[in-house]
Write a protein that binds this ligand. Structure first.
Ligand SMILES: NC(=O)c1ccc[n+]([C@@H]2O[C@H](COP(=O)([O-])OP(=O)(O)OC[C@H]3O[C@@H](n4cnc5c(N)ncnc54)[C@H](OP(=O)(O)O)[C@@H]3O)[C@@H](O)[C@H]2O)c1
Length: 290
């Protein structure tokens, strides 16, 4: 049985990658910063991307690696450290979580970092699979409290469609490409089953919560202060504004059939996501009086 190291194992996608691999009977090691946050089904390997010795030690005895560090200015250093240690140890496959529009020349910080890491991985000689998902449905959770409070979903989309993808499907593809043959050297763009407008997202949230949810499509000028004033790091505010620029240019409108082709199941749609996360978009009940 192959031994698989999952980095970013507590993350939005990584936690599902661990679950999928465990359910499929794989031997899973989770690279985690703390022994108190070990996903079920994985043996912990404690370390930190900033501590190169811990990265190298984690790779000892690993056959395959799921690669994902957090976005941020240290992302390229973190993921290239794993790639270099994997190359030294003769790791047989890395599955890298990248992003649609990854490009070392991108003006969007996270897409540029992914492009630089993809290039490094290509030059490393380690057989690799690149996963390039579109917009995660879970991004909607960032505004779930606002939707619950105001009954309004705000976004600057110019009415364009987004083939948003459920992270559980991204994780299922990651597990499939880690375990099965025939994927090395490939790059897969991952989307939901079809592209949806944010008005359709609002309708799905209304249906799932049983409360009205309307969509307010903002102009770029109306949206800018929302990104800049959200208390986010500058790079993230710039990245999110850039992502919606791509949305308005139609950059996320094309759906692919990769999820179904690799997992054998249809990709989850926005209605299912809305049902599974309805509580987050619903106001908390008022505390009982007395
Ligand atoms: N959001 C989207 O629409 C979208 C679309 C396409 C691609 N993506 C890409 O998806 C990736 C994010 O995936 P995700 O959401 O699963 O990740 P995430 O939730 O941001 O999780 C990041 C993981 O990295 C770990 N980590 C952070 N710093 C670390 C360190 N110094 N040493 C060891 N571990 C560390 C975190 O562990 P702790 O629990 O210890 O913090 C966590 O497990 C990004 O690269 C993003 O560009 C996102």
């Amino acid at each position: 049985m192959k031994r698989i190291l999952v980095t970013g194992a507590t993350g939005t996608v990584g936690a599902h990658v661990v679950r999928e691999l465990h359910e499929r009977g794989a031997t899973v090691r989770a690279f985690v910063r703390s022994a108190t946050h070990v996903p079920r089904g994985a043996e912990p390997v404690i370390g930190d991307f900033e501590d190169l010795a811990s990265v190298r030690a984690a790779l000892d005895g690993a056959d395959r690696v799921y690669l994902c560090a957090a976005d941020g200015p240290r992302k390229v250093a973190h993921e290239t450290a794993v790639i270099d240690a994997a190359a030294e140890r003769g790791v047989e496959r890395i599955v890298k979580l990248s992003a649609m529009h990854a490009d070392p020349a991108s003006a969007l910080p996270a897409f540029r970092w992914h492009g630089e890491i993809e290039r490094h991985l290509d030059r490393s000689g380690v057989p690799a699979v690149i996963l390039r998902p579109a917009f995660f449905m879970t991004n909607l959770l960032m505004v779930a409290g606002g939707v619950a409070r105001t009954g309004t979903l705000y976004a600057p989309t110019a009415g364009r469609r987004v083939a948003m993808v459920d992270v559980r499907d991204v994780a299922a593809v990651a597990a499939g490409t880690l375990l099965e043959p025939g994927h090395a050297g490939r790059a897969y763009e991952l989307t939901g089953p079809s592209a949806v407008t944010f008005a359709e997202v609002a309708a799905a949230l209304a249906e799932a919560t049983g409360r009205p949810v309307r969509f307010a499509d903002l102009t770029e000028e109306q949206a800018r202060p929302r990104f800049e004033g959200a208390g986010l790091p500058d790079w993230l505010a710039a990245h999110l504004a850039g992502v919606f620029g791509l949305v308005r240019a139609g950059g996320f409108e094309r759906a692919t059939d990769r999820v179904r082709a690799i997992t054998g199941r249809p990709a989850r749609d926005i209605a299912g996501f809305a049902r599974d996360h309805a509580t987050a978009f619903t106001p908390a009940p008022a505390p009982a009086a007395g």
